[in-house]
Design a protein around this ligand. Structure first.
Ligand code: GDP
Ligand code: IMO
Ligand code: MG
Length: 412
């Protein structure tokens, strides 16, 4: 008899600097979900889904949208660019994915990104290497208590009162008219679903090292990308979160500026960058590539309370003869075993590596853990040992079916 598992919700959280494959993994899990909810960030995110011979990059809409029975929630912790959202909805319609008030809800408390925020980000975001989507300035206004909430934006009298004199007003009141139908109290909706034990997936954007508090500040985003963001960004109490699935690449990448201890320069880095098609899904920028860093992994497990890990892009490492795993940092002659966000230290750390043999087999058609080459299994087992959490999913390609579930008890 098939074993029954009792989880009804799972959080999908990026363990590094974003782009770990959260979109693919969320979409995979979401097939069974009643709700998929985003809680942080905005259209700085780019979550790629490959299913039914279509490749779609979602920026604001949660990755459950491909399924007709899933309700997608844009939580209060997000900052929403109305123009980008209208554009995304229209693009989905072109590929016959319908978006209506039946399957999309925007929190009335989400904050609005206005053209002024984008202008400001374009001017000031360069020194961080932001996505120039207005994210930081919109969150700054939220914290300064001068931001525009979505319910005000959707109410023409309120929006006009504050922004009627602005050049963008008439264009944006058009977007408000189109988006009004989606605005609702999402905390009530999600808590009602949780109360009825309906399956819920919390979809993180960015990743642990881009988190405003726990990331490599100042080279971070302006929201809470870690598990705690679910509580503040959706109105879900901490004790309600049943399982946390950390998503982590089999190697590391980073877009934008900031320290990256295991960064690989030279031909191996270029090879992985090319094979992994490591270009940003939002800005198209080349992603920097590095070896697996167990210090980052352990740190992400601790900060997020990760119960199990989805390892993505294992297929990309095929034909890399020797794989390096960073197990410690050397700093001024001493050994550090824990990740640090103290930039003064991190910038001057040298990685200490273990080396494992690679494999030559193509993994992209493998659907069963036992069929993975021995050296790939050894690599995965070593990661489990170092992180002290089980791997529940191994991803061997961008497509939904290129997914091996090893521990279903950690998923919904
Ligand atoms: P996200 O922001 O975390 O959702 O990740 P992105 O979509 O920005 O970047 C991940 C990229 O890797 C996308 O192009 C995915 O289609 C692709 N991808 C995801 N999982 C795998 C995998 O297991 N193997 C390969 N080769 N590509 C993958
Ligand atoms: P997903 O959800 C990768 C990075 C930017 C920059 C820093 C700050 O697709 O994983 P911001 O525009 O947020 O103020 O930029 O954060 N960044 C991401 N990198 N994936 C993302 O999202 C990112 N969102 C922001 O490149 O370094
Ligand atoms: Mg991305």
């Amino acid at each position: 008899m098939a074993k029954q598992y009792s989880l009804s919700n799972v959080a999908v959280i990026g363990m590094e600097w974003g782009d770990e494959g959260k979109g693919k993994i969320t979409h995979y899990i979401a097939e069974k979900a009643y709700v998929v909810a985003r809680f942080n960030g905005g259209n700085n995110a780019g979550h790629t889904i490959e299913a039914n011979n279509n490749k779609t990059v979602l920026h604001l809409i949660p990755s459950g949208v491909m399924y007709s029975n899933t309700l997608n929630i844009i939580g209060n912790g997000m900052v929403v660019d109305p123009k980008a959202l209208v554009h995304e909805i229209n693009n989905l319609k072109k590929i016959k994915v319908s978006v209506s008030a039946e399957n999309l809800v925007i929190s009335e408390n989400a904050h609005v990104i206005l053209p002024t925020h984008i202008e400001e980000d374009k001017k000031a975001g360069g020194k961080i290497g932001t996505t120039a989507r207005g994210i930081g300035p919109a969150y700054t206004d939220k914290a300064a208590r001068v931001g525009l909430k979505f319910y005000e934006f959707a109410d023409d009298a309120l929006f006009r009162k504050r922004f009627g004199q602005e050049e963008f007003y008439s264009e944006y009141s058009g977007y408000a008219q189109q988006l009004r139908q989606f605005v609702n109290d999402t905390a009530l909706i999600i808590n009602s679903a949780l109360g009825q034990n309906k399956k819920v997936v919390f979809e993180g954007a960015q990743g642990t090292l881009l988190d405003l508090d726990f990331g490599t500040y100042p080279f971070v985003t302006s929201s809470t990308a870690t598990t705690g963001g679910i509580c503040t960004g959706l109105g879900v109490a901490p004790k309600r979160i049943q399982s946390v699935l950390g998503v982590c690449k089999a190697y590391k990448t980073r877009v934008g500026l900031g320290p990256f201890p295991t960064e690989i320069t030279g031909s191996i880095g270029e090879k992985i960058q090319k094979t992994g098609k490591e270009f940003g899904a939002t800005t198209g920028r080349k992603r920097r590539v590095g070896w697996f860093d167990a210090l980052i992994g352990k740190y992400a497990v601790m900060i997020n309370g990760i119960d199990s890990v989805a390892i993505t892009k294992l297929d990309v490492l095929t034909t890399v003869e020797k794989l390096k795993l960073c197990v410690a940092y050397k700093y001024k002659g001493s050994i550090i075993k824990n990740f640090t966000t103290n930039m003064k230290i991190l910038q001057n750390c040298q990685p200490v590596y273990e080396e494992l043999d690679g494999w030559w087999d193509d993994l992209t058609k493998i659907r069963n853990y036992d069929q993975l080459p021995n050296n790939a299994k050894k690599y995965l087992r070593r990661i489990e040992e170092l992180l002290k959490v089980p791997i529940s999913i191994v991803s061997v390609g961008p497509k939904k079916e290129q997914t091996i579930v090893t521990r279903p008890e950690f998923l919904v």
